[in-house]
Design a protein around this ligand. Structure first.
Ligand SMILES: [Zn+2]
Ligand SMILES: [Zn+2]
Length: 240
């Protein structure tokens, strides 16, 4: 959490969003456009603003998460988050910093298009999405009933971490709104079963902080990141 949230997130991500803004503005200026803004919603009712920002960001996070699973290259980094055999609130912050650097600055672009600065986006990102992550990774045995159809809960997210679900056919990609998974056909929540957590090659996964940091780079530079994963059948065990 110290490395990802303090060193990388607060210092690095904010800097990167500011750089993204600068690069975009410079590029747009070449075409005679002086602002990234398409429509300014910053004078609207604050409730509308929060709702719009929330929906845009949550959908972008859903797409980004889907891509982290579909791309062999991106999976090399996202795999670090999935190589956890148990989940607890802090599990949300165990991920490789590179995945954050790839998508978070890009997701800033729609925010800039509706009038927000990199600082506004960063504040929204650091509160809403991050706080929810602690909840979805919590190790609490509660049945969330109909709420599972609306929001991402520890129940639905634990199935996202199931070891035997082929990651390319992954399930429950949502950050907060499970509506996206329902809409795109990724929603999965079997009754009376609990998932086995982790990745299929769990034994090969590094267990220390430094080796987790270097693992994806080794995969990428050795060319071993290219997947041979076949379509295993959907998953489970531990019938209750
Ligand atoms: Zn994932
Ligand atoms: Zn997770």
């Amino acid at each position: 959490m110290f490395f990802n949230d303090v060193l990388v997130y607060i210092i690095g991500l904010f800097g990167l969003c500011a750089v993204t803004e600068l690069v975009f503005l410079k590029t747009l200026k070449l075409f005679g456009i002086n602002s990234m803004m398409v429509v300014d919603i910053t004078h609207w009712n604050p409730l509308w603003q929060i709702m719009i920002m929330f929906v845009i960001q949550d959908f972008c996070e859903f797409v980004a998460h889907y891509l982290l699973h579909r791309s062999d290259f991106l999976w090399a980094f996202h795999k670090i988050h999935h190589a956890q055999e148990t989940l607890g609130a802090a599990s949300t912050r165990r991920f490789h910093f590179v995945e954050m650097f790839i998508f978070k600055p890009i997701i800033y672009i729609p925010f800039a298009m509706i009038g927000y600065s990199a600082a506004d986006y960063f504040l929204f990102q650091a509160t809403v999405q991050n706080v929810w992550g602690f909840f979805t990774h919590t190790n609490i045995k509660v049945k969330w009933g109909f709420l599972n159809y609306i929001i991402n809960t520890p129940e639905t997210h634990s199935w996202h971490h199931a070891k035997n679900i082929p990651r390319r056919l992954g399930v429950n990609y949502a950050s907060i709104l499970n509506v996206w998974d329902l809409l795109f056909g990724f929603y999965y929540l079997p009754k009376n079963e609990v998932p086995v957590l982790g990745v299929p090659d769990q034994k090969e996964m590094p267990t220390t902080f430094l080796t987790q940091l270097t693992y994806p780079f080794k995969l990428v530079f050795s060319g071993k990141y290219k997947s041979k994963e076949n379509n295993q059948s959907v998953p489970t065990k531990n019938k209750k």
